[in-house]
Design a protein around this ligand. Structure first.
Ligand SMILES: *Cc1c(COP(=O)(O)O)cnc(C)c1O
Length: 357
C-alpha cells in the first residue's frame, strides 16, 4: 500500500515544557504523522508534517456516527540517551483489530512501526529524561467522508500525535480507591468492548464523574449481562493476588486486551506464579477478602503501567487490601516492567525496541 514516507520539517519549533511542569496529554510536539485512505486507492501519502489543526468537513462521519479508534503507547529515554518503544507491534496489531470491528480499513503493521520509529526519532529532543517521564504516543483513525448516510465511510485519516508526559507517580506509588459500579456498564459481549474506540470512553465518563464525586478515583466495571463478574478498572485491566495465585478476568469479548495485561501474565508465569484467567464474581472476591485470602490488587495499562488498588467498595461493603499499601508483587511488577521499558533491566522477552543508539 504505502509509498515513500515524506518528511516536511517545521522551521517554527515550539518551546518545550519544563520537566516538572508536564501533566498528561496537554503538550504536543512539533510534528505529527498523517496518512490518508480513499476507497479504491487504499492508504496513501504517509507523511511527517508540522503539527497543526485539521480542516475537516462538519459532515465528516466521525462527528455523527463515531467511527474512531485509537492506540496508546510510550517512548522512553534513559540516562544514556537511548530511546525505546515497548512492544509497538502489538499496538498496531490491536489497532487493526479495532479497525476491523468498526468496519474501517486496516493498516500495514510493519510499515506503521517503522513510520512511528521515524517520527519518534525526529522528535527525540521532546522526550523527557527525568525518572518516570516519557513521550506518550497517540495513533488514531477517523472517518472523514462528508455524508450523513448511515454506513461505513469511504475515506479516513490516520494520525499519530506525540505528547511528553510527566511521571505518573511523581511522589511514589499511591494505591487508589475503587467504586464497584452496579448500574452503568462499559461494554457488552458482542459490542465494542474489545476494540479501542472513542465511543467506549464516551459511555464511561458519567460513571467516572459520579465515582469522583463520591470520593473514588476509579470505577470497577462489571459484566453487562449479570452485573456480577469483574471486567476492568477504569481504563485498565485488573489483577488480584489471592492465596498466592494471580487472578485476572478471562477475555470474553467485552474486555480490552491490554498489552500491559499480557506482559504482566508473561512475567508472573516466568516467576513461577500461578496465573488464573477466569470469570471472577465480586461475590467470590469478597469471600476471599473475608477469608483473609485477598492479598493484593492492581490495575495494568500503559499510562500508569501498574496501579495498586488500596480499597474497593461494593454495595456498602468496604474491602481494604493489604492495609491500603502497595503489595510486594505489585511493586516487583512495576519495577521490572518499567525497568525493561527504560532499558535498565534485562529484557529476556525481546519487548523493548530501540529507536536510537
Ligand atoms: C487501553 C486500554 C487498556 C490497557 O491497555 P494497555 O495496552 O495495557 O495500555 C485497558 N482497558 C481499556 C478499556 C483500554 O482502553
Amino acid at each position: 500500500m504505502e509509498c515513500q514516507l515524506t518528511i516536511d520539517l517545521t522551521d517554527q519549533k515550539k518551546e518545550k515544557p519544563a520537566h516538572d511542569k508536564l501533566a498528561f496529554g496537554v503538550h504536543f510536539t512539533d510534528h505529527m504523522f498523517v496518512m490518508d485512505y480513499t476507497e479504491g486507492k487504499g492508504w496513501h501519502d504517509p507523511r511527517i508534517e508540522p503539527y497543526s489543526p485539521l480542516t475537516i468537513d462538519p459532515a465528516a462521519m466521525v462527528f455523527h456516527y463515531g467511527q474512531a479508534v485509537f492506540e496508546g503507547l510510550k517512548a522512553y529515554r534513559n540516562q544514556e540517551g537511548e530511546v525505546r518503544l515497548f512492544r509497538p507491534d502489538q499496538n498496531f496489531k490491536r489497532l487493526n483489530r479495532s479497525l476491523t470491528r468498526l468496519d474501517m480499513p486496516t493498516v500495514d503493521e510493519a510499515f506503521m512501526v517503522e513510520a512511528l520509529k521515524k517520527l519518534v526519532s525526529v522528535e527525540k529532543e521532546w522526550i523527557p529524561t527525568a525518572e518516570g517521564t516519557s513521550l506518550y504516543i497517540r495513533p488514531f483513525v477517523i472517518a472523514t467522508e462528508a455524508c450523513l448516510g448511515v454506513r461505513a465511510s469511504h475515506t479516513y485519516k490516520l494520525i499519530i500525535l506525540l505528547s511528553p508526559v510527566g511521571a505518573y507517580y511523581a511522589s511514589g506509588m499511591k494505591p487508589v480507591k475503587i467504586h464497584v459500579e452496579n448500574s452503568y456498564v462499559r461494554a457488552v459481549r458482542g459490542g465494542t468492548g474489545n476494540a479501542k474506540t472513542a465511543g467506549n470512553y464516551a459511555g464511561s465518563l458519567k460513571a467516572q464523574t459520579e465515582a469522583h464525586e463520591k470520593g473514588y478515583e476509579q470505577v470497577l466495571w462489571l459484566d453487562a449481562i449479570e452485573t456480577k463478574y469483574i471486567e476492568e478498572v477504569g481504563s485498565m485491566n485488573v489483577f488480584f493476588k489471592v492465596n498466592g495465585e494471580a487472578w485476572t478476568p478471562m477475555l470474553n469479548g467485552s474486555i480490552l486486551e491490554g498489552i500491559t495485561r499480557d506482559s504482566t501474565i508473561q512475567l508472573l508465569k516466568a516467576w513461577g506464579v500461578n496465573v488464573v484467567e477466569k470469570r471472577i464474581s465480586v461475590e467470590e472476591l469478597f469471600q476471599a477478602y473475608q477469608n483473609g485470602e485477598l492479598e493484593e490488587a492492581f490495575g495494568t495499562g500503559t499510562a500508569a503501567v501498574i496501579s495498586p488498588i488500596g480499597e474497593m467498595s461494593w454495595n456498602g461493603n468496604k474491602m481494604v487490601i493489604n492495609g491500603a499499601k502497595t503489595g510486594e508483587l505489585t511493586q516487583k511488577l512495576y519495577d521490572t516492567m518499567t525497568g525493561i521499558q527504560y532499558g535498565v533491566v534485562e529484557d529476556e522477552f525481546g519487548w523493548s525496541v530501540k529507536v536510537t543508539e
